[in-house]
Design a protein around this ligand. Structure first.
Ligand code: T4K
Length: 423
């Protein structure tokens, strides 16, 4: 697994007055991040980087990028992998290569890059609501959004869980729309036993540092359409067909060699990372069981998953403490939980100004944006840390109403001490 950095809790708290938000000692001495990168075998990575330096070939379709593309395509059983500098640029190049224009239907409950990739090219993202159980775009509501300007569907396999590909494909076919997937989270995941990467016209992965396999920064388009793949290769390299021949408009979307070396090291390590993530997921499942108002998003055992995200929903009606106050409490304990994907693209700029009415049509997105919380996982998080995080949540929820009252109160005094005295 390479370097492990288990963060051990330094104390177990039994009373909510000892929480760090009230001035107590933080349960963890070091911050526990969501999205901590997996480094893999450092010696193998450094050997590859040394080889790159010795060869003096640093970028522009080098041998490590080619190997990364080949191994990725083999792993997914897909015809073509075109590695890029990040997933946002990969989405932009793909959207342009397919000639999308007008309006494209996309979920709002996603990282803002999904919508930006469209808007950046003058395409209107039309936000579709999500299914409250899966957090994925609700296929049943898509047809109502289609107009004569709609040219495509850009669905997102959020948290690595597969969209309803079959229904989306049928809609796309019926309305002659391009179907593409933002598969940023879904590397090494499957839909009905087939690897993600094989669906729609093309799919886009992210290999950002925070992702399941990382290349520091990086992304890729994968597709089974050879003609599209050739176009994408030209477009990611300024349109160069050969050294002196530019045959179309292009940009610089290339992945460099050191990034590919990191990606290859990640591919070597892939099964170990899945095993670690799975253990963490199961440990959270056990530890969170029975906490009222806390629901852990589940992965289907019949599909291949990477278990990269631990996603909770906080139902304040039961916890009597909001997701945001819970986040505040965890942060004070050095557990840097994240509110992905708050507040939703439609409430972020430029969309909230351009489409101020969007929220009225996105009730499930609005609810989820208030409820979802992602917890730290992966090889940097030990079983003890998971127990401690779950224990902190249990403690906070047991006194939910009192803590809500205290945390909502503003004071000019030393706030943590004043709050502690009040308990
Ligand atoms: N589509 C979807 C559905 C996506 O989720 C994303 C990216 C994209 C498209 C676009 O992919 P790229 O163009 O990025 O390839 C982070 C990532 O920057 C972003 O890639 C990712 N999604 C998103 C979900 O998370 P932020 O704004 O949350 O990043 P930041 O800096 O707050 O870091 C996140 C957490 O990771 C923190 O807890 C710190 C930790 N971290 C981060 C880095 C960079 C580390 O521990 N080490 C690190 O090196 O967006």
């Amino acid at each position: 697994m390479g370097d492990r950095e288990f963060s051990t809790p330094r104390c177990v708290k039994t009373r909510s007055k000892d929480l760090a938000v009230f001035g107590g000692v933080p349960a963890f001495g070091e911050p526990l991040h969501v999205g901590r990168p997996e480094i893999g075998n450092r010696a193998h990575l450094l050997a590859r980087i040394n080889d790159i330096l010795d060869r003096q070939w640093l970028t522009n379709d080098g041998r490590y990028v080619q190997e990364f593309e080949r191994r990725t395509a083999d792993l997914l059983g897909v015809g073509h992998c075109i590695a890029m500098c990040n997933a946002t640029v990969a989405l932009e190049i793909l959207i342009r290569a397919l000639g999308l224009r007008g309006e494209v239907i996309v979920p709002s409950f996603t990282f803002v890059a999904t919508a930006h990739a469209l808007q950046w090219q003058g395409i209107t993202p039309v936000f579709g609501d999500v299914d409250p159980d899966t957090h994925l775009i609700d296929a049943a509501r898509i047809e109502a959004l289609i107009t004569e300007r709609t040219t495509g569907l850009l669905a997102v396999h959020l948290w690595g869980r597969p969209c309803d590909v079959e229904t989306l494909s049928a809609i796309a076919y019926r309305h002659k729309l391009e179907l593409v997937f933002d598969a940023a989270h879904a590397f090494s995941c499957s839909y009905r036993g087939r690897m993600i990467g094989n669906f729609g016209h093309a799919e886009v992965f992210s290999f950002h540092a925070t992702k399941f396999v990382n290349t520091f920064e990086g992304g890729a388009v994968v597709t089974n359409d050879g003609e599209l793949a050739a176009r994408l290769r030209l477009m990611r390299n300024f349109g160069f067909a050969s050294p002196d021949s530019v045959v179309r408009l292009g940009t610089n979307g290339k992945m460099d060699e050191v990034s590919a070396a990191m990606g290859l090291t990640g591919l070597d390590n892939l099964d170990d990372v899945v095993a670690v993530n799975y253990r963490c997921y199961k440990a959270y499942e056990r530890a969170l069981t029975g906490i009222p108002g806390i629901k852990l998003l589940t992965y289907t055992d019949t599909e291949r998953a990477n278990y990269r995200y631990i996603v909770l929903e906080v139902d304040q009606a039961q916890t009597r403490i909001s997701r945001d106050h819970l986040t505040q409490i965890l942060h004070a304990e050095n557990v840097l939980a994240r509110r992905y994907f708050y507040p939703g693209c439609h409430r972020s700029e430029p969309y909230s100004t351009l489409y101020p009415e969007a929220r009225r049509f996105l009730p499930e997105t609005e609810k989820l944006a208030e409820r979802v919380l992602c917890l730290p996982t992966g090889s940097a998080v030990s079983a003890d840390a998971i127990d401690a995080i779950s224990h902190l949540m249990r403690l906070a929820i047991a006194d939910g109403a009192e803590l809500t009252a205290l945390l909502s109160r503003e004071s000019d005094e030393d706030v943590p001490v004043a709050r502690r005295k009040a308990l």
